[in-house]
Design a protein around this ligand. Structure first.
Ligand code: TRP
Ligand code: SF4
Length: 436
């Protein structure tokens, strides 16, 4: 009993729970997620989520920013669980995938039917139907281009094989430590975890042109999966490199007998061979990294580069509190009828005052207004225009009634266009590479 409580206190990120993450700064400190503001200046034409600090954190994003700037190969990958309606939280991930694709990355979209089936009990048929109608059609309607690889986990032999391979490196104690799994957790739930790790590493397989930086845009609840994936990626490597002041030290946990042959690839650099490691002098670590990875790939290693990730703030619910799939009033679905969306905004909780007089005198509180949040996250692209709305609200020059109407109008136009986009996408579905 005590054990369980300790576990519950320790885990504060639960991928299958529905915690509202209140304190994002704590998250940064506790799990080693870096503030996104550290890399923002290196990103060409940042997405509005980046500019507005809605994407608040990252791991290793500098690698991605560099690949974008230097037009080097990289990929973006994320997954969607087809367990219900796609909502505006999912739309955020979709936009992030599309933005990276347009910035030069290869895009991978996973439909997590194995997770939905094993963890949520959704039938395979429903997974397929929701996968297409809610996720695939919407991401194409939002602008995903043909080059993307879209797949259902259960239909991808590559993902399933890689998952099996990664499973060799992970044991039950570890999953228990990360997710609080117990003796009651089903095997297939655990399998779905390792499949998600495979989703994230698949873009680096030889078949997909080998190791490359990959960014995974997600909400912070998914971070445990990223930490596990990064650990597993490290363990599949044949070599590890440690930077010292004037040299690099290379070790091999799996195949120490390969260190000697490895030593001979460094033509100009001076190499000292020891029992269990080699030290290489006079070589740039970046260059050594590239050479060692090439050698590793020839000798059956994965050469995986640690995946990068970004983390966005969650939207709060339209009714106050959190968005919840069990309360349709709390969120806007991507497939919402435009007039339904309109009505939901008109009924939403605002940061307004009790009377119009008070509003004029004191101003509204956009920070605690779900209508403002819709504008901030989704409906106003132009930063100046948004700033204008913000200061009008604060200054009491904006009144909730008209503000809601205006927002509801923007939303219903967006939903109408999106529905048309889905029908066009349906026509063009054959032009996409979909593994299903
Ligand atoms: N577990 C994710 C969710 O519940 C979905 C997912 C599956 C995913 N595979 C992924 C997310 C790979 C990011 C990367 O939403
Ligand atoms: Fe929210 Fe608009 Fe009212 Fe301000 S005026 S509190 S932004 S609904």
């Amino acid at each position: 009993m005590k054990d369980k409580k300790e576990i519950e206190e320790k885990i504060f990120l639960d991928p299958w729970g529905s915690v509202l993450i209140e304190d994002y700064t704590k998250l940064l400190a506790e799990f080693g997620i870096e503030p996104f503001t550290n890399v923002l200046d290196f990103v060409p034409n940042p997405h509005r989520f980046m500019r507005r600090n809605i994407i608040f954190g990252h791991r290793d994003y500098q690698r991605i920013a560099q690949a974008i700037r230097e037009q080097m190969p990289f990929a973006v990958m994320s997954g969607f669980m087809p367990s219900g309606k796609a909502h505006f939280g999912n739309k955020m991930v979709m936009e992030e995938i599309i933005w990276h694709q347009k910035s030069g990355g290869d895009a991978y979209v996973g439909i997590a039917d194995m997770e939905a089936h094993s963890v949520r009990g959704i039938s395979w048929n429903t997974c397929k139907q929701l996968g297409i109608e809610e996720y695939v059609l919407n991401i194409i309607a939002l602008g995903l281009e043909e080059g993307a690889i879209i797949y259902f986990q259960s239909r991808s032999r590559d993902v399933r094989d890689l998952a099996f391979e990664l499973g060799i490196e992970a044991n039950f104690s570890e999953l228990k430590g990360i997710y609080g799994f117990s003796g009651e957790t089903t095997i297939s739930h655990m399998v779905s975890v390792i499949v998600q790790c495979a989703d994230i590493l698949m873009p680096q397989l030889g078949k997909y042109d080998g190791p490359k930086p990959v960014v995974v845009p997600v909400g912070p609840d998914q971070d445990p999966h990223l930490r596990l994936t990064r650990d597993l990626a490290t363990r599949t490597r044949l070599f590890s490199i440690e930077r010292k002041d004037s040299y690099i030290r290379v070790r091999s946990r799996r195949n120490p007998e390969l260190l000697k042959p490895l030593a001979s690839i460094f033509e100009t650099a001076k190499v000292k061979i020891y029992e269990g490691h080699i030290d290489v002098y006079g070589i740039e670590p970046e260059k050594a990294d590239v050479e060692i990875r090439k050698f590793e790939l020839k000798h059956g290693g994965t050469g995986f580069i640690l995946p990068s990730s970004t983390y966005h703030r969650f939207m709060s619910g339209l009714t106050g509190g959190k968005m919840s799939s069990s309360n349709p009033e709390s969120y806007i679905a991507m497939n919402e009828k435009p007039d339904e969306g309109y009505k939901k905004i008109m009924r939403a909780k605002t940061g307004g005052r009790v009377t119009v007089e008070e509003q004029r005198k004191l101003g509204g509180v956009p920070e605690s207004c779900s209508v403002y949040e819709m504008l901030l996250f989704h409906l106003v692209e132009d930063d100046k225009e948004l700033a204008e709305i913000y200061s009008e609200c604060r200054g009491g020059r904006r009144i909730c009634g008209t503000c809601k109407k205006e927002t509801a109008e923007r939303l219903s136009i967006f939903l109408k266009n999106l529905a048309e986009g889905r029908e066009e996408a349906r026509e063009r579905l054959k032009e996409y590479h979909i593994i299903m």
